[in-house]
Ligand binder design. Structure first.
Ligand SMILES: NC(=O)C[C@H](N)C(=O)O
Length: 324
């Protein structure tokens, strides 16, 4: 019999609707008793590690989850499920993907409707995640996100809708697979995987989104805060308004790594344009293009890279390698 560890961290999956119609936290997690799962051939052990709405997750709490999983791997567990709030689920999932060895299945899930709402999706997603975590086919696929029958790579998956149960999508590659009743089916392989050992996380990695008419003000404020790194969600394929350039140059001159992604929902950030503020100029200034990641994920990767001591060329290579 496969043994799966379910690590609960909070979020709507652990919450319920009160008499006023507000979604509130519970002291006792309603899904940690395995009731109604109907999975007699899988042993599930529950660990209430955290009980946080996911906007309160931080890189430090992500590290706590990573350390708990690493301990479970040493203890010989067959697979791990992490339940999590959906707002920052993609960040924790990618953090785990970057920092855990790619061996046993590690599956992150959550819910969009709290436990006592009509059509609550928590138990269904929890069951699907356990099925994937217990599946041999899910090994060596990196950290996975299972939601509303879809199986996604943690590297690309993102929350696309504020309330729909069909919120998680991979805008570049689609699903890796699906959970259909008792079957776990994979249609795609994971290409490339790299894991980085860390035992602490750096602070001071900021993220800012570009907009029409942007000037250097936000970059100056960030520089005044003595950042360890900056991620910019640039426009289109990777361009910035020219009024931002002196302040961005000043960050680079101070030796602060500045990573560029696109603010577009899908596609790749690439140095294509040669006009002032275009990607070609930004790359020659020293900004690092991070091709396929969205802003929050590029920020997680920069935190992981800096936390394991990477700098200079090694950090640039790490950030621009699309397959880790
Ligand atoms: N659906 C959810 O889990 C959203 C909730 N605000 C959270 O992330 O904790």
């Amino acid at each position: 019999m496969k043994k799966i560890l379910a690590i609960h961290t909070g979020g709507t999956i652990s919450m319920s609707l009160d008499d006023q119609g507000s979604v509130v936290q519970n002291e006792k997690n309603p899904i940690d008793n395995n009731a109604g799962l109907g999975l007699d051939d899988i042993e599930v052990e529950n660990d209430e590690l955290l009980n946080l709405p996911s906007p309160q997750m931080t890189p430090a709490t992500m590290l706590q989850v990573k350390n708990r999983i690493q301990q479970a791997i040493s203890d010989g567990i067959d697979g791990v499920v992490v339940t999590h709030g959906t707002d920052t689920l993609e960040e924790t999932a990618y953090f785990l993907d970057l920092t855990l060895p790619n061996t046993i299945p590690v599956v992150v899930t959550g819910a969009m409707r709290s436990s006592n709402e009509i059509g609550a999706d928590g138990v269904f997603n929890f069951k699907s995640a356990i099925q994937v975590a217990a599946s041999d086919a899910a090994r060596n696929k990196g950290v996975l996100v299972v939601f509303n029958t879809g199986i996604y790579s943690a590297r690309y998956v993102t929350k696309t809708h504020t309330t729909s149960v069909d919120t998680f999508k991979d805008p570049i590659y689609g699903t890796l697979g699906t959970v259909d009743h008792d079957q776990v089916i994979f249609a795609q392989q994971l290409i490339g995987s790299e894991y980085t050992e860390i035992n602490h996380v750096v602070d001071g990695v900021y993220m800012v989104k570009a907009y029409a008419g942007m000037t250097g003000t936000l970059f100056e404020a960030i520089q005044a805060a003595q950042p360890t790194g900056v991620v910019i969600e640039a426009m289109g394929a990777g361009n910035l308004p020219k009024a931002t350039l002196p302040a961005v140059q000043s960050l680079l001159d101070a030796g602060i790594p500045v990573v560029l992604v696109s603010r577009c929902f899908s596609g790749y950030a690439q140095p294509i344009y040669a006009y002032t503020g275009g990607g070609i100029e930004l790359q020659s200034m020293g900004l690092v293009f991070c091709e396929q990641l969205n802003g929050p994920k590029a920020r997680i990767k920069l935190i992981v890279g800096l936390s394991c001591g990477k700098s200079g060329y090694a950090l640039q290579e790490y950030m621009s390698n699309a397959l880790s």
